[in-house]
Design a protein around this ligand. Structure first.
Ligand code: TYD
Length: 229
């Protein structure tokens, strides 16, 4: 088990629990429901939890959701990055500083995967975000076959704004997600039942919380020492 550098330690963090939890995956993977279930469960258990999402409900996120015409890939990457900068400053950092567990539905890797699928180098996107994006303690990446995801989207089980609903586009997104290498990523099979996925996520999170609580003197990294934002 390794410590991470002091500059990664967030103000207010006791190091006792992983505070910043991110959900990622292609449209239709079921992450929004899982993020909500986790937040509700932890709240019921007495944890102070903030459930949030990107694109955010701030000015830039609202702008993104209301666009009629899709911007160029570069412009889209810029808008999501600006939204994230605002979201980190306005919601994520203050909540972490306040000692809350933050559960965020989509984060840096959504930009890497979705804008990457439109031709921007994912590594470049990640490095642009690194300067300001607080690194998550754990990233639950829900994996489902593209066909399954599309089926769910079309059946209306995954409503809302979506960048890609065509197979080729979503396959490109999926490839980038599958190629990501980050010790904070925990890949979850998203084809199981909602309840069994929830229990798996909860079990992993409890393990991490227990790990951290064993060593209150340091902030621990779930797997290895190097973390992408
Ligand atoms: P999604 O989580 O599906 O939102 P909803 O709650 O409306 O279902 O995300 C909306 C879309 O935004 C999704 O298709 C992915 C896209 N997106 C990007 O393209 N880049 C980003 O950086 C983020 C955060 C999201």
């Amino acid at each position: 088990m390794a410590m991470i550098a002091d500059d990664h330690r967030r103000p207010g963090s006791t190091g006792a629990v992983p505070l910043f939890v991110v959900f990622e995956g292609i449209d239709g993977c079921g992450k929004t429901l899982q993020a909500k279930m986790l937040a509700e469960r932890l709240s019921r258990e007495g944890f102070r939890v903030v459930l949030t999402a990107e694109p955010s409900d701030g000015p830039m996120g609202t702008k993104i959701r209301s666009l009629d015409i899709r911007p160029t890939a570069e412009e889209e990457a810029r808008l999501f990055t600006e939204d994230r900068r605002d979201h980190v400053n306005r919601v994520i950092r203050p909540a972490l500083k306040d000692g809350r567990i933050v559960i965020c539905d989509r984060y840096v890797y959504s930009s890497a995967a979705y804008q990457g699928a439109r031709g921007i180098d994912p590594a470049k996107i990640i490095s642009r975000n690194r300067s300001f994006a607080v690194p998550p303690d754990v990233i639950f990446l829900l994996e489902v076959p593209v066909e399954t995801a599309l089926h769910r989207i079309r059946a209306g089980r995954s409503g809302g704004f979506s960048s890609f609903e065509d197979k080729t586009g979503l396959e490109a997104v999926d490839r980038i997600y599958r190629d990501l290498k980050d010790p904070a990523i925990v890949r979850i099979d998203g084809t199981g039942t909602v309840e069994s996925i929830h229990e798996t996520i909860l079990r992993i999170l409890r393990g991490l919380i227990r790990d951290e609580a064993d060593s209150p003197e340091c902030v621990r990294v779930p797997r290895g020492t190097k973390r992408e934002p």
